[in-house]
Design a protein around this ligand. Structure first.
Ligand SMILES: [Zn+2]
Length: 395
C-alpha cells in the first residue's frame, strides 16, 4: 500500500454547533473576514448570530456579502483586492458561510490574499493561466457549508469560471481549478440545521452531487484506501436518506445523513479524484449554464454504464452495502446501477440533456469541454467518438 492523505485539520459536526464559531475562530486569529453567500441565512438571522458569536469572542469582524453564483474570475479578483487593501496578516481568519460556490470563492480569496505574485486569479488556474502556484500558506479558512453536496469544505481546489459576458467575443469560456494542498480549509463546521431551509430541488441536486462524488471517487483510477472507506460510509448514509430529505426538509436525521455524506464526499474526492460525470458536468456548466449538482445527477447513470465493465468489482462492493445477498452475484454491479436509476427518478432528476436546455448542436462543444482533471481520473479512457455517441443518446 502506498498513499498520501489530506484532510481539514479540525472538523466540528453537529446540529446547532455553529454556535461554537466564535470560540473556535478565536484560536485561529484576531480579525475575521466573513464571506457569506446565502441570502436565506441573512434573512433568517443566522449570519447575524454568527457575527455576534465572533464579536463575543473578541474578534474584529469585517463582512463581505457575495453573490451565490458559481464564482467567476472577476468575483475572485474583486474580493481579493478588497482583502489585500486591508493588509492581511497571519492573525486574520477567513470565514466562509454558504454553498460550494461561496466556499470556493473564499478559498481562492484566502489563497491569493497571501500569494501576491499574480494580479488575477486567472494566472494561477490550471490549464489557462501562466502556471503560477500557491506557495505561501493561505489565510486560515473556516468553512461552514449551508448545503449538503459539494463537499467544498474539505477539498483543496476552488472551481472558477471565466467571466461570463455573451457580448464579449474575446472571452474563451472555461471552468477550471485553482488547486493547492495548502488550500484545504483549516477548520470545518458542519451544522446540518443550516440545510433545513433548502428547497426540495436544491436538496435533490446537491445531494446527488455528493452521491456522484462518493461513487466516482470509489471507482476512480486514483482510488485510495482511506477515501474508499469514507465513500462506503457516505453512500450507506446518503442513498437511503436523500428521498426523505427532499420530501420533508425539516426532518433532522436525513439532513444529518446528507450533511455527513457530503463532507465525506469532499474528503474522498480531494484525495482520489472524480470521473466521467464530473468531467462532462464542467462542460455542461460552461456551455449550457446547467448548475453543477443537476449536471452531475443527470450524468451519473450514464457514467456508471460507461464504466460498468471495468468497475464491476467496486460497483458490486457498493451494492453489497445495501443488499448482502448480492455478494457473489455476477449481476451485482448492474443491480447497483439500477438502484441509482431508481433514486434519480424518485428525486425527479431530469433524464435527458434536452430537459436541461442543451441544444443538439452543442454536443461537440461539450465533448471538447469535458477533458479536465476529473475525466483524467475516470477508470477508463473514453474517446471523443464514444463520448459524442453517449451524449447523443442522452440528448
Ligand atoms: Zn461535484
Amino acid at each position: 500500500m502506498n498513499y498520501t492523505y489530506f484532510s481539514p485539520r479540525q472538523i466540528v459536526f453537529g446540529w446547532g454547533r455553529r454556535s461554537e464559531l466564535g470560540t473556535l475562530a478565536a484560536n485561529l486569529g484576531r480579525r475575521a473576514f466573513v464571506i457569506s453567500g446565502s441570502r436565506t441565512l441573512e434573512r433568517n438571522g443566522v449570519i447575524d448570530q454568527l457575527v455576534k458569536s465572533l464579536d463575543d469572542a473578541g474578534l474584529d469582524v469585517l463582512g463581505f456579502p457575495v453573490d451565490s453564483r458559481e464564482p467567476e474570475v472577476r468575483d475572485v479578483n474583486q474580493l481579493v483586492n478588497a482583502i489585500r487593501t486591508l493588509d492581511p496578516t497571519t492573525s486574520d481568519v477567513v470565514i466562509a458561510i454558504g454553498g460550494g460556490s461561496t466556499i470556493d470563492l473564499a478559498k481562492a480569496a484566502a489563497a491569493l490574499a497571501t500569494n501576491r505574485q499574480g494580479e488575477s486569479v486567472e494566472e494561477f488556474l490550471e490549464g489557462v493561466g501562466r502556471g503560477l502556484q500557491i506557495t505561501v500558506p493561505p489565510l486560515d479558512l473556516v468553512a461552514i457549508p449551508s448545503t449538503a453536496g459539494t463537499g467544498a469544505e474539505a477539498t483543496k481546489n476552488a472551481v472558477i469560471s471565466s467571466n461570463n459576458d455573451p457580448a464579449d467575443a474575446n472571452i474563451r469560456p472555461y471552468k477550471k481549478s485553482l488547486r493547492s494542498d495548502l488550500m484545504i480549509p483549516r477548520l470545518v463546521i458542519v451544522d446540518p440545521e443550516l440545510t433545513v431551509s433548502l428547497p426540495p430541488s436544491t436538496t435533490a441536486y446537491t445531494g446527488m452531487d455528493a452521491i456522484t462524488q462518493l461513487i466516482e471517487s470509489y471507482i476512480s483510477r486514483k482510488a485510495a484506501p482511506i477515501p474508499k472507506a469514507l465513500c462506503r460510509q457516505g453512500l450507506q448514509l446518503a442513498i437511503p436518506a436523500l428521498a426523505a430529505a427532499v420530501a420533508n426538509g425539516s426532518l433532522r436525521e436525513p439532513r444529518e445523513a446528507m450533511a455527513h455524506a457530503a463532507l465525506l464526499s469532499g474528503m474522498a474526492l480531494a484525495n482520489s479524484g472524480l470521473g466521467f460525470a464530473h468531467g462532462v458536468a464542467a462542460a455542461l456548466g460552461v456551455t449550457c449554464q446547467v448548475p453543477h449538482g443537476l449536471a452531475c445527477a443527470l450524468l451519473l447513470p450514464v457514467a456508471l454504464r460507461v464504466n460498468r465493465e471495468v468497475s464491476r468489482t467496486p460497483l458490486a462492493e457498493l451494492e453489497s452495502l445495501f443488499n448482502p445477498a448480492s455478494i457473489g452475484d455476477p449481476l451485482a454491479a448492474d443491480q447497483f446501477i439500477d438502484r441509482i436509476d431508481r433514486l434519480c427518478r424518485e428525486v425527479q432528476i431530469p433524464a435527458r440533456l434536452r430537459d436541461v436546455g442543451v441544444r443538439q448542436d452543442q454536443l461537440p462543444i461539450l465533448v471538447q469541454g469535458s477533458r479536465g482533471n476529473s475525466m483524467s481520473c475516470n477508470p477508463r479512457d473514453v474517446s471523443d467518438e464514444e463520448l459524442q455517441e453517449r451524449l447523443e443518446r442522452l440528448w
